[in-house]
Design a protein around this ligand. Structure first.
Ligand SMILES: Nc1ncnc2c1ncn2[C@@H]1O[C@H](COP(=O)(O)OP(=O)(O)OP(=O)(O)O)[C@@H](O)[C@H]1O
Length: 277
């Protein structure tokens, strides 16, 4: 298969995955990567459930298996043990959509065609799909770049295209793996706030995000799942008892800062543990 055909095939496979049903229970999930020299236990007996319409963030030191868990949730990777159950709910255009750190948008399609692609796959007319794509591109501050190709965009802009694409699909379950990682600090804050506004405007979907940014985790989440250093286990689950709708200035509120400190102390232990030989 040539590169273009392989990427089309992968896009179609993702598109099929995104049509699968939702609401998530993770039970005893472990993942061992078997390699020539040494096996790597990425996840060890991870269990928790997502309530419908909940925003969950996975936090943990680098290498603790967050992306692996996201890939398992997306059906891109099989657990070595345990089970993930995803049940349908709600009236959504698609069941699952993903914006991953390394999620490749199709380089030979324009920005608008990339965002419209999944909608076209679901039978929308070109006109309808492009209209939705344009709305999301505007939200992601990409107006004026509709006809550009990915190679003409910065890393942060590509990341915003991937986000627009995931949100345009109106998924019941949204998987975000470091969705703002490639953005500069200002754009990151603007998009966090935009995501918060979007999320709270309908609260119709379940979201699972991975981030290294504590403020982002608290601002957006209902619960934060803190994982141990590798092998990743659930160390602690924090509720974020900050009322919604949240004003972005809540970042400076005492309750926010207290929770931030509490989470950081627990996360810090894991980061330090990881760096020991
Ligand atoms: N395909 C693979 N083959 C072998 N090892 C892998 C594979 N994918 C991940 N790993 C290993 O599994 C562990 C967990 O990786 P993963 O990318 O899930 O961590 P992470 O918590 O998302 O890290 P980061 O925060 O740095 O993105 C790491 O030690 C990684 O090297």
């Amino acid at each position: 298969m040539n590169t273009q055909a392989a990427a089309e095939h992968e896009a179609l496979r993702l598109s099929a995955l995104e049509a699968a049903p939702v609401k998530v229970r993770i039970e005893g999930v472990s993942k061992i990567f078997v390699s020539g020299t040494a096996d790597v236990t990425a996840l060890d007996d991870v269990s928790f459930t997502f309530r419908e319409r909940e925003f969950i963030t996975l936090l943990g030191p680098s290498g603790c298996g967050k992306s692996t868990l996201m890939r398992i949730l997306a059906g891109l990777e099989k657990p070595s043990a345990g089970e993930v159950t995803v049940n349908h709910y709600g009236d959504h255009l698609t069941q699952l959509s993903i914006a991953f750190q390394d999620y490749s948008i199709l380089p030979w399609k324009t920005v608008e065609a990339n965002v419209a692609f999944g909608l076209r796959m679901r039978g929308q007319s070109r006109r309808e799909a492009l209209a939705t794509a344009h709305t999301w591109l505007e939200t992601m501050k990409l107006t004026g770049f509709e006809k550009a190709y990915p190679a003409q965009l910065s890393g942060g802009m590509k990341q915003r295209v991937a986000l627009a694409r995931a949100l345009a699909l109106d998924p019941a379950l949204l998987l975000l793996d470091e969705p703002f990682a490639a953005l500069d600090a200002q754009m990151r804050q603007i998009l966090q706030e935009e995501m918060l506004r979007q999320w709270e405007s309908d609260r119709s979907r379940t979201a699972v995000a991975v981030t290294h940014d504590l403020d982002e985790a608290i601002l957006l989440s209902d619960r934060i799942v803190l994982m141990t250093a590798r092998p990743g286990r659930v160390k602690q689950i924090f509720d974020v008892p900050i009322e919604r709708p949240r004003d972005p200035s809540v970042r400076y509120a005492p309750e926010f800062l207290e929770l931030r400190q509490e989470i950081w102390e627990s996360l810090r232990e894991e980061v330090m543990r990881k760096d020991k030989p």
